[in-house]
Design a protein around this ligand. Structure first.
Ligand SMILES: [Fe+2]
Length: 239
């Protein structure tokens, strides 16, 4: 079994197209997607249109909740922008996505942790470009009762793979559409394979026209996003 794993597309259809083209060369059996699909100032409706055709399970992220829940706590300007661009059918699709899913009895999908789409699991979020790693204990605690060899998460936009002492793996494919910590504008996703009883993970890096994505963000009034899309670094001050 060989699957592609996407997360955090954040309304970036240009990055998504580049990743889908790369996936087409990878011979995967399914494509899985971990949430925060449309919340970005580039092309939210274009992203929804593409993701609605994927064959694998798709779950919801915190920003997807914030897009579909009017006046949700945590909802920001960019979530409101995305909501304004989606068709009624796309809204309904987004609102109906589950918080977690299981694929093929082997792979568990969540956005943040199994219990929360806002908590960070295998890395701590950045502040002033400083990232720290959580304790082994806190990572193991969040995995309690999740009895699958592969556990997928997104949310922090950092591509990273952890293997627990009991053999279970937690994999974050990174973000397709919005790089905050890699210091590179390229799109990220993962290809995971089970062959002869052994799992392998490839964290892939895909070049795309990030300047065109930045131009879309500027055209829609989100200059701060354009700077991040261009550099691959979140600014040290909130934007
Ligand atoms: Fe998120």
């Amino acid at each position: 079994m060989r699957v592609a794993v996407l997360s955090d597309v954040h309304g970036n259809a240009l990055a998504l197209d580049a990743v889908l083209a790369d996936i087409a060369t990878q011979g995967v059996d399914a494509t899985l997607c971990l949430g925060d699909h449309v919340s970005g100032p580039m092309d939210p409706a274009g992203v929804a249109e593409r993701l609605m055709t994927l064959d694998g399970p798709i779950i919801s992220g915190n920003h997807d909740r914030w897009v579909v829940e009017p006046r949700a706590q945590g909802q920001g300007k960019v979530d409101q922008f995305a909501a304004s661009r989606l068709s009624r059918q796309q809204h309904q699709w987004l609102a109906a996505l589950p918080a977690t899913a299981v694929f093929n009895d082997d792979i568990f999908l969540c956005h943040g942790t199994p219990a929360s789409d806002e908590q960070h699991w295998i890395d701590d979020f950045y502040a002033d470009r400083t990232m720290t790693l959580p304790s082994e204990e806190s990572i193991v605690m969040a995995a309690a009762g999740v009895d699958y060899p592969i556990m997928l998460c997104g949310h922090t936009h950092l591509a990273r793979s952890v293997r627990l002492r009991d053999g279970r793996r937690i994999i974050n494919p990174g973000a397709v559409g919005f790089q905050l910590v890699h210091g590179s504008p390229d799109a990220r996703y993962a290809v995971i394979e089970l062959r002869q009883g052994k799992w392998s993970t490839a964290l892939r890096v895909v070049e795309y026209d990030h300047d065109a994505a930045a131009a879309q963000a500027v055209a829609n009034g989100f200059d701060g996003w354009a700077e991040v899309l261009t550099s691959g670094w979140a600014p040290s001050a909130p934007f």
